[in-house]
Design a protein around this ligand. Structure first.
Ligand code: ADP
Length: 226
């Protein structure tokens, strides 16, 4: 395996009420291609903030994130957005599906934004929904799907633009244990089948231990690597 993503001395501060809060205090992490990493740690430790920086949704205050040795800090906002759209898939605790659109249309949306034509977008979206076991739910709206099915649609949507890495923030946090386990197994299957790199923030110790590596963030720093 080879190094894919590197966080190098990453700091992040936020300005609030005239003061500054330092959330990340120098995070170093190297992620190999195809790894499945679980990020754990107490609430407020900086896990989501770090995931946002890895996904180029925000920029570090100091330090740098590299993808295959290319520093994201060198990119202007426009290039960074383009990089993010091509490279990163996001899955959140709450799926953020558009309620008035069907499962198929929700998965087609980022493909249309990426300028695929409609027939192409439809074909890719239907195939992804098949991959996540929802071939019989294409024309259901989110309210007509179970929580686990909604999260599967969100996973299919994240894969549409063929990302190189998937960043998942508490992807099972809103699901019961059984559905959460099944969702995690789907992510692991995608990791193995597609060689996709996964970084997952989770409070679920059991699922963290089923990942390739656990990274603990404590008070803005990496505490241990297992
Ligand atoms: P975790 O994911 O580990 O629970 P977060 O990364 O969400 O922690 O948040 C870490 C700390 O950073 C929290 O105290 C939170 O209030 C603060 N924080 C996160 N984002 C912002 C922001 N945009 N502005 C100000 N403070 C923030």
């Amino acid at each position: 395996m080879s190094e894919f993503i590197r966080a190098d001395g990453v700091h992040k501060s936020f300005r609030i009420d005239g003061g500054t809060v330092e959330v990340l205090k120098g995070v170093d992490l190297s992620i190999e291609k195809g790894e499945f990493i679980a990020i754990v740690g107490p609430s407020g430790a900086g896990k989501s903030t770090f995931l946002h920086l890895l996904g180029a949704l925000d920029r570090p205050t100091a330090g740098e994130i590299f993808y295959e040795n290319a520093g994201l800090g060198q990119m202007d906002d426009r290039r960074l957005a383009g990089f993010r759209n091509r490279t990163v898939g996001f899955i959140f605790q709450f799926h953020h599906l558009l309620p008035e659109f069907t499962a198929l249309e929700n998965v087609m949306m980022p493909l249309l934004v990426a300028r695929r034509n409609r027939p192409q977008a439809r074909e890719v979206a239907a195939s992804l929904l098949r991959d996540v076991g929802l071939e019989s739910r294409l024309s259901h709206r989110p309210s007509e799907l179970s929580g686990g099915e909604q999260q599967r649609v969100a996973i299919a949507r994240a894969l549409g633009v063929d990302p190189k890495v998937v960043l998942a923030d508490e992807p099972t946090g809103n699901l019961d244990t059984k559905t959460g386990d099944a969702t995690f197994e789907l992510l692991q299957w995608l990791n193995r089948e597609r060689g996709l790199t996964f970084v997952m923030v989770t409070h679920n110790e059991k699922l963290a231990h089923r990942s390739d590596r656990i990274v603990t963030i404590l008070d803005g720093r990496i505490a241990e690597k297992a």
